[in-house]
Write a protein that binds this ligand. Sequence first.
Ligand code: PEP
Ligand code: MN
Length: 258
Amino acid sequence: PTIVEVGSGKAVTKVGGGHLGMIAGPCAIESAERLDEIAGEIKKAGANILRGGAYKPRTSPYAFQGLGEEGLKILREIGDKHGLPVVTEAIDPRHVELIAEYTDMIQLGARNMQNFVLLTEVGKTHKPVLMKRGMAATVKDLLMSAEYVIANGTTDVVLCERGVKGFDNACRNMLDVAAVPQVHQMSHLPIIVDPSHATGRPELIPACALAGLAAGADGIHIEVHNCPEEAMSDGPQALLPNQYAELMEQLKKVALAI
Ligand code: PEP
Ligand code: MN
């Protein structure tokens, strides 16, 4: 198995080959103060990579689009303060160089999993990549998209199962837990599970996170916010810091058991 190293200096997190990447943070970076509070809480709970969007792929053009470079600066500063490597999403090839300067890992989102121009630009940075499965992509499609990044220079790709479109709109998406053992069968790359975007419902997140880990996932990605009702994006699916901490205790028990 490939072991992906995220970060540098004292803050290095390994993902894969028995190392769990526990990624957490708000959907979007909103302010330094808020990210600082959230980062402190998730670090205490055991998270080892801080996430936050500076460029958000929103369904509506009138929704909050992210703080851009200001957000990247905040993410770097807060990550360093708490000793956490940081990951953020790139949605536009024109931003890739700037994002690579500020972050330790570049996220390719579900909506861009087959944006091959973007994949190519991100691959050229040689930065570790978090590649999310497209909402209508097969496991094979996901692996071929990872191949695009790898063919262009980056060897370190962490895949992420974040749910696919289902017929039942009770949940935001449908978590495909079977993707985890499938990826392990077909590839050397690590795969983590994102129950936040898969369910869109905080009360369902713990069960799906535990199932993901039990299925062999190399980590869990969860959105955490200290004031979900004020969040600029994905507030309704955010776990509160104390809920995240409680879940992490359960996840640690599963990790020890498998
Ligand atoms: C996100 O991580 O905030 C995000 C937009 O995720 P996805 O691409 O899985 O929808
Ligand atoms: Mn989100």
